[in-house]
Design a protein around this ligand. Structure first.
Ligand code: SAM
Length: 242
C-alpha cells in the first residue's frame, strides 16, 4: 500500500496548499501517508537558479533541464521507488491504473513545466502518465490528481470504507444519483422510494439508477460490466418501460 509520495515540482506552494487541506491533510496528520514535496529549482546548478533552456533544433518555449531533476532523484534515492513522469504523452490515468499504483509503497511524481522536460528524463522514469488528452501549463495538477486518487484508497482515510466499493468505475458501473435536503428544490423532487424505509426497494432503485447512468453516460464502461442475475432483471424491466 502507498505510504510515501514524493513530488518534484517548480511550484511546491501550489502542491502543499492542496495537500495540507481536508482529507489529504488529515491522512498525513494521522500518519496514513507521508508527502515529500521538493522544489526542483533548489537543485539548479546555475547562479541565477535557472532550470530551463532553449530547445535544441529551435522551437518556441523553453525546455526543463535534466540536471536539477536528476540531482533531486539521486538525493531521494530511487532504487526502491516507482518514478512517474506527468506528461500528455503518457498512458491515460484510470481506475485500473490507480489500483496498480496504490499497491506501490514509494512513489515519485515529477511535474514538468514550460515545453516539458529534456526527453532523456525517460531513462530515469518507470512510466509516463497523462490525466487526459489536453495540455496543461504544468504537471502540478496531474501530480495532485494522482496523489488524491491514491490517498483516498488507503484503508480508513475515508470515514466510510464501504463508499470506495460503491463508487463510480468500481465493478464497471457509475454511481447512482444521490440527493440530500431539501426534499423539494425548484419544484424538483427527490424520488419517493428513498423515503420509503424499505431497504430492499431502495437497494433496487440504487442498482437501477447506477445501471441507467452507466448505459446512458458511459456505454464503454457499461459494455465491460458483468451483470448479476438481479441486475439483468432490472435492466430488462427498464428496457420494457415506455
Ligand atoms: N510540449 C508538451 C506537449 O505538447 O506535449 C506540453 C508540455 S506542458 C505545457 C508542461 C508540463 O505539464 C508537462 O511536461 C507535464 O508535466 C504537464 N502536463 C501538461 N498536460 C498534461 C496532461 N494532460 N497530463 C499529464 N501531465 C500534463
Amino acid at each position: 500500500m502507498i505510504s510515501n509520495i514524493y513530488i518534484l515540482t517548480l511550484f511546491p506552494d501550489v502542491i502543499n496548499k492542496y495537500l495540507d487541506e481536508s482529507i489529504l491533510g488529515r491522512a498525513q496528520k494521522n500518519n496514513k501517508v507521508s508527502f515529500h514535496v521538493h522544489n526542483i529549482r533548489d537543485k539548479s546548478t546555475n547562479k541565477h537558479f535557472k532550470v530551463d533552456d532553449i530547445p535544441f533544433g529551435g522551437s518556441t518555449g523553453m525546455v526543463m533541464m535534466l540536471e536539477p531533476i536528476i540531482l533531486l532523484l539521486e538525493e531521494i534515492g530511487i532504487q526502491d521507488k516507482h518514478v512517474v513522469l506527468t506528461s500528455p504523452k503518457g498512458a491515460r490515468l484510470n481506475n485500473d491504473k490507480i489500483k496498480t499504483l496504490k499497491e506501490i509503497k514509494e512513489l515519485v511524481i515529477i511535474a514538468g513545466h514550460y515545453e516539458g522536460i529534456d526527453s532523456r528524463i525517460n531513462n530515469y522514469v518507470d512510466e509516463e502518465i497523462s490525466i487526459g488528452d489536453y495540455v496543461l501549463t504544468g504537471g502540478e495538477l496531474p501530480a495532485l490528481v494522482i496523489t488524491d486518487s491514491l490517498v483516498r484508497c488507503i484503508p480508513s482515510v475515508l470515514g466510510n470504507t464501504d463508499s470506495l466499493l460503491e463508487e463510480s468505475f468500481e465493478d464497471d458501473l457509475l454511481d447512482w444519483d444521490v440527493y440530500t435536503r431539501p426534499r423539494v428544490f425548484d419544484a424538483k423532487e427527490v424520488p419517493d422510494v428513498l423515503f420509503s424505509g424499505n431497504h430492499k426497494k431502495i437497494e433496487h432503485w440504487k442498482q437501477k439508477s447506477a445501471i441507467i447512468n452507466t448505459l446512458i453516460d458511459r456505454p464503454s464502461v457499461f459494455a465491460k460490466h458483468r451483470f448479476t442475475e438481479e441486475q439483468k432483471i432490472i435492466l430488462k424491466d427498464y428496457l420494457k418501460e415506455d
